[in-house]
Design a protein around this ligand. Structure first.
Ligand SMILES: [Zn+2]
Length: 64
């Protein structure tokens, strides 16, 4: 299942969530519990070319 990045509009936290069938809904923020979150598409929209570079997406701090 795909892992998507989300951003909490309430506290500004970025988090990742595995999203299955119900990708129309966004998960609540794990930090503050707010449901006002949005999915970030930047990583996945850049995969069309086939050569996906993980270092080219994500927040400045990166995931490791
Ligand atoms: Zn939050």
């Amino acid at each position: 299942m795909p892992i998507y990045e989300f951003n909490c509009k309430k506290c500004g936290r970025d988090f990742e969530e595995i999203v299955g069938m119900s990708d129309k809904e966004t998960p609540p923020c794990p930090k503050c519990g707010a449901k006002e979150t949005e999915r970030l598409m930047s990583c996945f929209s850049s995969r069309r070319g086939g050569s996906f570079a993980k270092s080219s997406c994500g927040p400045p701090g990166g995931f490791s």
